[in-house]
Design a protein around this ligand. Structure first.
Ligand SMILES: Nc1nc2c(ncn2[C@@H]2O[C@H](COP(=O)(O)OP(=O)(O)OP(=O)(O)O)[C@@H](O)[C@H]2O)c(=O)[nH]1
Ligand SMILES: [Mg+2]
Length: 380
C-alpha cells in the first residue's frame, strides 16, 4: 500500500497550524470546527477550512462558508484515499495565507493517523505544525457501539470502525455533553478512560461552547500529533463497515405556485424520510439537508433513525428554494435513492410545490485504498 512517489511540494509564507477533527458521522465535527474557527477569528488569527466527502454537493461546505473564511472541498473520496487532492486543496487555502488550517475528514473513515496525519508530518513538517488528532464522539453512539448498553441497528463492522477511531485518537472529545447530566457525562468519561487509558478525554458541547476553550488550548499547544497509529487494522472489516452505508447526495430545485411554505416542506420531508427509513428498519448515521432561498437558510439534521430531528434557521413562504440533501444510512444505495426521491416528491406535493431533481448520486463508499500508510509516528 505504500507508494514511493512523494507528493508535490507545498509552500507557505509562515508556519501553519493544521487541525484535523475526526469522528463518526454526525458526531458534531462541522459544528465543532465552526466553534473553533469563531474563537480563532476572535483572537485575530486567520483560518482556512477543508471539507471532505465521498461525493459533491455538501451541506457542510455551505454551512462553513457562512463563517466567511476560505473553504476548499474535496469531493469524490476521503482525505486518506485522496491524499493528493488534500494536498491540492491545502495549496489552494495556503494561497490565502492562513494561520490555521482546519480539516474535517469523512466520518466513516479510520486509520487517519497512519494515512493522513503522519504523512502530512513526514512530507510537510517544514511548513505545518500538526495539532493532536481529535476524535469526536456522540454519547448516544458510545452507548450503542462501545458500551453496548442501548440497542443499535448497525452491524458489528460499523462498531469496529467506531472503536478504531477511538483507538487512533490523540484526544477523545465526548461531544454533546449538553444532552447528558453531569453524572452521565462522568460515567461515560470513566468508561472511555478504561478503554483508552493513555489519552485525554474531554467533555465538550460544540453547540453550547462548554469545554471548547480547554480543547482549543490543547490543539494550539505542543502535544504530539498522530501518536496512536493503529497497529492492527483489518481493511476488509473496515471496508464492510463503510459499504453497509448507503450514501446519497442530491440537489433539488423547488418552485412554488406562486409560493410555498419552506418550513412546512422541511418538516414534511424529514417526516417522510424518517418514516420510510424506519419502515425498512434501517439506521441513520447522519441525514441532513439544507434549504436555501435568497440569502436565507434552513437546515435539518437527524443522527438516529428514531430520534427527534434538529432544525436550525428559519424560512417562511418562498417562491423558490434549493434543497441539498445528504444522507448516510445503513441501507442499500438503490433503496435510499428511491425512498429519498419519493420523500422529496411527496413533501413537495404536500405544500403545492414543484420539485426538480437537478442531481442525485447514491452509492456505497468504495474499498478504502490509501496511497500512503506509515507504520510508525513521525517525530514532532
Ligand atoms: N445537543 C448537541 N447537538 C450537537 C452538538 N454538536 C453538534 N450537534 C448536532 O449534531 C448534529 C450533527 O452535527 P454536525 O456538526 O453536522 O456533525 P458532523 O460530525 O460534522 O456530521 P458529518 O459531517 O455528517 O459526519 C447537528 O444536528 C448538530 O446541531 C452539541 O454539542 N450538542
Ligand atoms: Mg460534518
Amino acid at each position: 500500500m505504500v507508494e514511493v512517489i512523494k507528493p508535490k511540494d507545498l509552500h507557505a509564507q509562515k508556519t501553519v497550524r493544521v487541525i484535523f477533527t475526526g469522528g463518526f458521522l454526525g458526531a458534531g465535527k462541522t459544528t465543532a470546527l465552526g466553534a473553533i474557527a469563531h474563537r480563532l477569528l476572535k483572537q485575530g488569527l486567520t483560518v482556512g477550512l477543508v471539507t471532505n466527502d465521498q461525493a459533491a454537493n455538501l451541506v457542510d461546505t455551505a454551512i462553513v462558508k457562512e463563517l466567511g473564511v476560505p473553504v476548499a472541498e474535496i469531493a469524490g473520496g476521503c482525505f486518506c484515499c485522496k491524499f493528493n487532492d488534500l494536498v491540492d486543496a491545502t495549496e489552494e487555502i495556503l494561497a490565502k495565507n492562513p494561520d490555521v488550517l482546519l480539516g474535517e475528514p469523512v466520518g466513516s473513515c479510520t486509520d487517519l493517523a497512519a494515512t493522513v496525519v503522519n504523512p502530512i508530518k513526514l512530507f510537510y513538517g517544514d511548513i505545518f505544525l500538526v495539532a493532536p488528532f481529535s476524535v469526536l464522539v456522540d454519547p448516544q453512539r458510545v452507548s450503542e457501539l462501545v458500551l453496548k448498553e442501548t440497542p443499535t441497528r448497525f452491524p458489528e463492522e460499523v462498531a469496529y470502525i467506531f472503536q478504531k477511531q477511538l483507538e487512533e485518537a490523540d484526544i477523545i472529545v465526548l461531544n454533546k455533553v449538553d444532552t447528558l447530566t453531569q453524572e452521565e457525562a462522568e460515567r461515560m468519561v470513566k468508561a472511555l478512560k478504561e478503554l483508552q487509558p493513555n489519552k485525554p478525554i474531554l467533555k465538550v458541547s460544540a453547540l453550547r461552547g462548554d469545554g471548547v476553550e480547554e480543547w482549543l488550548q490543547m490543539l494550539m499547544g505542543d502535544a504530539p500529533a498522530g501518536s496512536h497509529i493503529l497497529q492492527e487494522i483489518d481493511y476488509d472489516t473496515y471496508a464492510k463497515g463503510e459499504a453497509v452505508l448507503g450514501w446519497l447526495n442530491a440537489t433539488i430545485r423547488l418552485t412554488g405556485s406562486p409560493e410555498f411554505d419552506a418550513s412546512q416542506f422541511s418538516k414534511a420531508l424529514m417526516s417522510e424520510l424518517q418514516n420510510s427509513i424506519n419502515a425498512h428498519n434501517a439506521e441513520v448515521a447522519h441525514l441532513k439537508f439544507l434549504l436555501t432561498s435568497g440569502n436565507q437558510m434552513l437546515r435539518a439534521h437527524l443522527t438516529k433513525a428514531d430520534a427527534k430531528p434538529n432544525f436550525v434557521g428559519e424560512l417562511g413562504k418562498v417562491k423558490e428554494a434549493t434543497l441539498v440533501l445528504n444522507a448516510r444510512v445503513a441501507i442499500s444505495p438503490e433503496v435510499l435513492g428511491g425512498l429519498a426521491t419519493q420523500a422529496v416528491l411527496k413533501a413537495a406535493k404536500a405544500v403545492d410545490a414543484e420539485a426538480e431533481i437537478l442531481s442525485l448520486q447514491s452509492f456505497s463508499p468504495p474499498y478504502p485504498r490509501p496511497p500512503y500508510r506509515l507504520n510508525q509516528p513521525v517525530a514532532d
